[in-house]
Design a protein around this ligand. Structure first.
Ligand SMILES: [Zn+2]
Length: 89
């Protein structure tokens, strides 16, 4: 009879340890339900002038006709604003 009780206790302890170590890391701890994930800050945007991909937060933003354009540098922005000023080789 004692063997059966001891066996049940061991099974109970193993079950709880298993639950703690296997399911533990997957359980959200300090997140509220329905909370939105933080926005992606290192999204890459393409410079339409030179074709370079630049991180959105570092790019120069220029809006035209309700659309946003992103540039790697001021030179590209100037070329975009005034394409006729481009020096021909
Ligand atoms: Zn550029």
């Amino acid at each position: 009879m004692y063997r059966l009780i001891l066996f049940l206790i061991i099974v109970f302890v193993i079950y709880h340890l298993f639950k703690k170590y296997v399911l533990g890391p997957f359980r959200p701890r300090h997140t509220k339900p329905g909370r939105k994930p933080p926005p992606i800050t290192d999204e890459l945007v393409k410079d339409p002038i030179c074709g370079t991909y630049v991180p959105k937060r570092e790019a120069i933003v220029y809006g035209r006709k309700g659309k946003l354009y992103y540039f790697c540098c001021k030179e590209c922005l100037e070329k975009f604003k005034h394409p006729e000023k481009q020096t021909k080789p």
